[in-house]
Design a protein around this ligand. Structure first.
Ligand code: ADP
Length: 173
């Protein structure tokens, strides 16, 4: 049975086949969850990222997990919130879909996401959570997708509450 759940915690400790990094377009590290993932994975992660030539907003690239308990890291640059009139919603949904597609391509059964774009990129949490929940739920229901289990790893109770509410809404549909 496929499932989506939420977890309050630090994504760098999660033992999933793939964890997602809310990266920037350089893929060369940053603050927030990106910095935490690079610190926990060790310098080999940055070395592999240097070979990737960056990534466009809304797309994703995959690397090894190195010292992380996860086998892979899927790096996706989320959109920077600029008021909502610059395609931010569609780009955020595209991040989740791109990550799910890469995870399936690599045969992953479990994937953990952080709350993409809602930190220093300032995407409003109450808008981001329903987009994330709907996009992941749609991908999970696709036939032939290897992914069985998705976890939204929430760094605060406020974030977890938003994703729990969004998932409850998706399940009611
Ligand atoms: P973005 O640039 O996409 O906004 P941030 O890293 O600034 O990315 O924030 C995205 C979310 O990740 C925020 O909710 C932030 O609190 C959270 N976050 C930061 N560190 C971690 C971590 N170690 N594990 C999970 N989530 C984290």
């Amino acid at each position: 049975m496929k499932r989506i759940d939420t977890l309050l915690g630090d994504i760098t400790t999660v033992r999933a086949d793939a964890i997602v990094n809310a990266a920037n377009c350089t893929l060369l590290g940053g603050g927030g969850v990106d910095g935490a993932i690079h610190r926990a994975a060790g310098p080999q992660l940055l070395a592999e990222c240097r070979t990737l030539n960056g990534c466009e907003t809304g797309l994703a690239k995959i690397t090894g997990g190195y010292r992380l308990p996860a086998r892979y890291v899927i790096h996706t640059p989320g959109p920077i919130w600029r008021g909502g009139g610059h395609g931010e919603r569609a780009l955020l949904a595209s991040c989740y879909r791109s990550c799910m597609a890469l995870a399936a391509e690599y045969g992953c059964r479990s994937v953990a996401f952080p709350s993409i774009s809602t930190g220093v990129y300032h995407f409003p949490l109450e808008l981001a959570a329903p987009i994330a929940a709907a996009a992941v739920s749609a991908c999970l229901s696709e036939e032939g997708n290897s992914v069985q289990h998705v976890t939204f790893v929430c760094f605060s109770q406020e974030v977890k509450d938003a994703y729990d509410a969004a998932l409850a809404d998706v399940r009611r549909l």
